[in-house]
Design a protein around this ligand. Structure first.
Ligand code: 3AM
Length: 178
């Protein structure tokens, strides 16, 4: 199983994000709204017994619920090429704290530390040879986007099946934040 830990998003918020998208940016593959999520930790291909350890470790995490606000849009680039278009998250120490706890729990399970800095985001589109001027116009047009704060009452272990068009993400376990 290919696994990752993420926050899912309430449907009204997904719809709000979806309303931003679809506009003609050649080279953008828009993520379908059912796949929107905020990744806390990518885990990757995992054997069954390992997955059980991971589930136990995540179930032992104690953290309080909180709220977070999606705001702003931006892009990731790799070697000078834009690879993803996303909506950002307002600075949120409680989110960072939760992500930290998850990272620590997973390292205790034997996973290699995540080397990349945590940059919370919700991917709207994956980009391949994107029309850069159109992308820049989109970012400029939506930079002031700011959603209503959303309550975070659980986090979720997802499995992911890679597909040609879009991947299929299945929530496997939800972990309650009390
Ligand atoms: O949250 P986003 O959409 O940015 O790109 C994948 C997606 O990111 C990322 O994990 C999220 C859920 O699939 N991902 C896929 N393969 C990865 C890898 N090898 C990866 N992240 C880090 N390392």
């Amino acid at each position: 199983m290919r696994l990752f830990v993420a926050l899912d998003l309430p449907w009204p918020l997904r719809q709000q994000l979806a309303a931003l998208t679809g506009a003609g940016i050649p080279g953008a593959r828009w993520v379908p709204p059912e796949n929107y999520h905020l990744t806390l930790r990518f885990i990757g291909e995992t054997q069954g017994h390992r997955a059980e350890d991971i589930d136990l470790a995540l179930a032992n995490i104690r953290a309080r619920g909180f709220s977070l606000t999606l705001a702003g849009v931006g892009t990731f680039t790799k070697a000078g090429r834009s690879t993803a278009l996303w909506v950002g998250v307002e600075r949120n120490p409680q989110l960072d704290h939760l992500q930290n706890k998850i990272e620590t729990a997973l390292q205790r399970c034997g996973l290699e530390p995540e080397r990349r800095r945590f940059q919370p985001h919700v991917t709207l589109a994956r980009l391949d040879n994107v029309a850069e001027a159109k992308l820049a116009a989109f970012v400029q047009a939506h930079n002031l986007f700011r959603a209503e704060p959303m309550p975070v009452e659980h986090f979720t272990l997802f499995s992911s099946q890679l597909g040609k068009e879009a991947s299929v993400y299945t929530p496997e376990v939800e972990y309650v934040l009390a």
